[in-house]
Write a new protein. Structure first.
Ligand code: SF4
Lengths: 170, 507
């Protein structure tokens, strides 16, 4: 273990430079977020991830945000275990009928001010699963959404761009 | 007739469906159905799947001794069929699902509770002949637990981490778990209904999203089933590229799991290293095939993306990186006593249960069941590749870690062989249009275990019915057994060592 740790001290970090926030995401958010929230939240965001029916592909890429390449904690973005500690709900999936109540209750348990980010094509409008009897179709069909990050799944840089935009306006 | 060919004899005595490939599908009488159930219960045959249509139930079985694989179909004109779960517990959840989706009724079923249907759909029995409007249901009845000083811990469906939703009901005595009962179905997306009537292209996209972490395995199984049905042969190069993708998927997932399991024993360093390796696999995959998870890259008839010189360079660099880094991580795992203290003897599953459930993947192979579809069914190109199938007998978290470690090594070996021997030529063939209704079935070894896909195509070549069966069906129930008598705090460790798919199971 010591060898590995020493190697780490000597090597350059893997972490890529911060990407610029996505212009499209900034525009979508600009309308929704006011200055008061910024004062309240400062420069960090606590994120609660909610899988509302995803195929688990989006979760894999959200997980990757914590690896050394993307290292989202350096921006003050961290994942918390309870919605009661969260500023942001990061929601994936076409919202299944069976998860609808779970999502609604998680939203209700998140203190104001709060943001909802719908991840993936599924989170946007149900994606490939749209039209199924078992899906409600898109996160915004159930709770208000502030930002969409499309993709199937969006890659970690796209996720980071969206979240950084949120951090800028928050 | 020898006992090892009993299944063959049974098949020959039944009426077979002509346009079903590559293994037979037979229409059976209730008597033969019951003989099949006895064979399952006695352990002569392994259950591979159980699903329904409006007036028929299908049972996929495999005889380990002879390697015979077959589907038996029982017509249910009265809407009833002899319960499979009654004689063979591994079928119970599949059977409850079949009831939820088709409305057919198993006779003398031991568990009449719904499974995927939570009373929240606008329809009942969406795959049945008489779909009724949905109705709310009484609260789910968890199994009774009796005894002194017991307390219950309900967990989920929304969990604390970045993880799929499901409900776990623990009953504990102090710290020790006396029973875990799972309640799943939260991510049921109605994929089978969406598949009905879909064209093959859309169906491939859907099946490739049954479980995102196994998108390659699912897409491959679907492609093989469609190719079997239409008697289309994919070009040789496509077979090899498919295997390359499958091994990259295995590498990425096993790496991720290795780190995540250690992290659940509070050994975060391993997660940090493994997450970097995993990321490198995904980046190489993107360079090779244009998508980090390689979604939609395997299509019926071949593959959608060829490997370029850049891709080959990326893979060589990836293998070099693994050969350099991975041994140090193995050593780190092997020499950290505090970590092994958590994983050894934790989450033990009786090998007899593993056999009974036909449990595949690293869980099966960590508990003495050697089945690996790449070896047992030897679909191309695995019939031409050299690899070992590691098997252990300890059947604990530690053994499940070691199987993954050994399989990472084997995947590297496979990727090297593929790069050396990759045939040149086209990467796709047009699907044949036989002009009549056709059926096909395929089994492919995903990182988690064997994925089965069965499909029926219409004369016009669209999907009439398709059933994808995740390996998790035969793994989730064993997690309940694995946690018994362990402490509650070891549940994350046990759960991660299983890493069952919620989405693949809930469908
Ligand atoms: S957007 Fe794609 S990757 Fe994400 S949950 Fe939907 S199907 Fe899966």
């Amino acid at each position: 273990m010591r060898k590995l740790l020493i190697q780490n001290l000597l090597r350059l970090p893997l972490t890529v430079p911060a990407p610029p926030p996505s212009a499209q995401a900034l525009a979508e958010l600009g309308a929704r977020v006011d200055r008061a929230a910024r004062v309240r939240l400062g420069r960090s965001l606590s994120i609660r991830e909610v899988d509302a029916g995803s195929c688990n592909g989006c979760e894999l890429e959200i997980h990757a945000l914590n690896n050394a390449f993307y290292d989202m904690e350096r921006f003050g973005l961290h994942v918390v275990a309870s919605p009661r500690h969260a500023d942001v709900l990061l929601v994936t999936g076409p919202v299944t009928a069976n998860m609808r109540e779970g999502l609604e209750r998680t939203y209700a348990a998140t203190p104001d001010p709060k943001w909802v980010v719908a991840v993936g094509d599924c989170g946007r409008d149900g994606g490939v699963f749209a039209g199924s009897y078992a899906c409600v179709g898109g996160v915004s069909a159930v709770i208000p959404v502030d930002l969409h990050i499309p993709g199937c799944p969006p890659n970690p840089l796209q996720l980071l761009e969206g979240l950084l935009a949120l951090l800028q306006v928050s | 007739m020898t006992a090892t060919h009993a299944l063959q004899a049974l098949l020959e005595a039944s009426q077979s469906v002509t346009e079903h490939r590559p293994w037979p599908r037979v229409i059976v009488t209730p008597e033969t159905w019951n003989t099949l159930l006895e064979g399952l219960a006695s352990g002569a045959w392994t259950l591979l799947g159980l699903w329904g249509e409006p007036v028929m139930v299908h049972l996929a079985v495999r005889e380990a001794a002879s390697g015979t694989l077959a589907i038996a179909s029982l017509p249910c004109p009265t809407g009833q069929f002899p319960s499979v779960g009654r004689c063979h517990p591994p079928a119970q959840r599949l059977e409850r699902t079949l009831v939820d989706l088709t409305g057919l009724r198993p006779m003398d079923a031991v568990d009449a509770r719904p499974w995927l249907d939570h009373g929240r759909w606008p329809v009942r029995h969406p795959l049945g002949s008489a779909t009724a409007p949905g109705e709310s249901m009484p609260p789910y009845r968890f199994l009774p637990v009796e005894g002194e000083s017991l307390h219950q811990i309900p967990v989920g469906p929304v969990h604390a981490g970045i993880i799929e939703p499901g409900h776990f009901r623990f009953t504990a005595n102090g710290e020790a778990v006396v029973r875990l009962e799972e309640r799943l179905g939260y991510v049921h997306k109605g994929i089978e209904s969406l598949l009905n009537g879909a064209d093959v292209g859309r169906a491939a996209r859907l099946v490739g999203r049954v479980s995102g972490d196994s998108t390659v395995a699912y897409a491959w199984a679907f492609a093989r089933a469609v190719e079997a049905a239409t008697e289309t042969e994919a070009p040789e190069r496509a077979h090899w590229l498919r295997a390359l993708m499958a091994e990259l998927e295995r590498l990425a997932n096993h790496c991720g799991d290795f780190g995540a399991i250690c992290n659940d024993a509070a050994f975060a360093m391993m997660l940090a290293y493994c997450a970097v390796l995993r990321e490198r696999v995904l980046r190489a995959s993107a360079t090779c095939f244009g998508h980090r998870l390689m979604m939609d890259r395997i299509v019926p008839g071949g593959v959608a993306h060829d490997l370029s010189a850049d891709g080959i360079n990326a893979l060589r660099a990836l293998i070099a990186e693994f050969r350099h880094q991975f041994p140090a991580l193995i050593e780190l795992y092997d020499k950290t006593a505090s970590l092994q203290n958590r994983t050894e003897h934790t989450g033990f599953v009786k090998p007899a249960l593993i056999q009974q459930f036909g449990c595949g993947g690293y869980i099966g192979r960590a508990g003495g069941r050697a089945f690996d579809a790449r070896r047992a069914i030897a679909y191309p190109p695995y019939d031409e590749l050299l690899f070992d199938v590691p098997v252990l007998s300890e059947s604990d978290v530690n053994a499940r870690v070691w199987i993954r470690i050994r399989e990472v090594e084997q995947s590297l070996r496979l990727i090297e062989q593929i790069l050396e021997q990759l045939p040149v030529g086209p990467i796709g063939n047009a699907l044949r249009r036989p002009g009549n209704a056709r059926e096909g079935v395929a089994v492919v070894e995903g990182f988690r275990g064997d994925v089965l896909v069965w499909v029926r195509l219409t004369a016009a070549g669209a999907v009439e019915r398709c059933h994808p069966r995740d390996p998790s069906w035969f793994q989730w129930p064993l997690l309940e057994a694995a946690i018994e008598d362990n402490i509650v705090a070891d549940f994350p460790l046990c759960n991660k060592s299983f890493n069952c798919s919620y989405s693949g199971h809930d469908l």
